[in-house]
Design a protein around this ligand. Structure first.
Ligand code: MGP
Length: 268
């Protein structure tokens, strides 16, 4: 699994850097970032025993080795990150599928809700992308993501940005090349109760609705990781004129974990 370990893990953990995407306006914002590693905080945990784990995330902790096969190497998570992390086999399959689907001219991928890093790690391991930018608003969660990517030996292949993704996208509008960029969005779904309804209403997804997320990246090819029972009519409405959206259900052990909508850009 961890193809690129080659001693990078220790080096990455020892680095001491500061994230400031405003200082980094080259061809792609963040692409040549002075990427900096944030320190793990008291919010970051590597739970070893179920007794240490808050009750509401114990279900996820029991799945820890399918979420991160390298969990025992010291994977770090904030408690909130457990709810949204993409299990590794699913993240890898999405990375493989996207490698095949994305047109060749797409060379940059921006993971706008990077969380604990599962998807960004899979994108880096796929070796498909020239630039991988991972944005995470919460500094402790970003520190976990950087640490976890280092465990997989890919941290230095990812440009890390500690920011609100909507601010990042709007402030860097002029320097993001939409024709070469793919947006990957695995947003919060509003908590564990997301599955309580028969059909998930994406317009009330909290705190960001599907429309708000789509508006922020409508001119770019976007890949949206959404509840398995999302209202497909709402997804269909995101399709640019005369273009189609592919929707794929990603399963583990015969049960869907999520669906992914591959949404073409409005302009290209
Ligand atoms: P789940 O449905 O909470 O758990 O999450 P489980 O055990 O697979 O299903 P259950 O029917 O037995 O309860 C399933 C998957 O959905 C997780 O592995 C995550 O990949 C994804 N997921 C869950 N939540 C609550 C979120 C979220 O808020 N955001 C994102 N992006 N993914 C989530």
């Amino acid at each position: 699994m961890a193809k690129k370990k080659s001693g990078k893990r220790k080096r990455a953990q020892e680095e001491d850097i500061a994230l400031d995407y405003d200082d980094n306006k080259s061809n792609q914002p963040g692409a040549t970032a002075n990427t900096t590693f944030l320190p793990l905080t008291g919010q970051c945990h590597h739970y070893r025993k179920v007794g240490e784990v808050p009750f509401d995330i114990q279900k996820y902790w029991h799945q820890r080795h399918s979420i991160f096969s390298e969990y025992d190497a010291g994977i770090q998570m904030t408690d909130d990150a457990w709810f949204g992390v993409t299990p590794e086999p699913v993240a890898n399959q999405i990375a493989t599928d996207l490698s095949l689907r994305a047109p060749d001219e797409k060379t940059t991928i921006i993971d706008i809700f990077a969380g604990a890093g599962g998807n960004a790690i899979a994108f880096a391991l796929s070796e498909r992308w020239t630039n991988i930018i991972a944005i995470e608003k919460d500094a402790s969660t970003l520190a976990c993501a950087q640490h976890n990517a280092a465990i997989y030996g890919v941290s230095e292949f990812i440009t890390w940005v500690n920011a609100d993704c909507f601010s990042y996208l709007s402030e860097n509008r002029s320097t993001i090349d939409a024709s070469s960029t793919v947006i990957f969005a695995s947003p919060p779904w509003g908590g564990v109760t997301y599955s309580n309804t028969e059909i998930f209403d994406l317009s009330t997804m909290h705190p960001y609705s599907i429309q708000e997320i789509h508006k922020a990246c409508t001119d770019m090819y976007s890949v949206l990781y959404l509840p398995r029972h999302s209202d497909l009519r709402q997804v269909a409405k995101l399709a640019p004129k005369d273009k189609k959206i592919d929707i794929v259900q990603y399963c583990m052990k015969g049960a869907s974990k999520a669906l992914v909508a591959y949404v073409p850009a409005s302009s290209t």
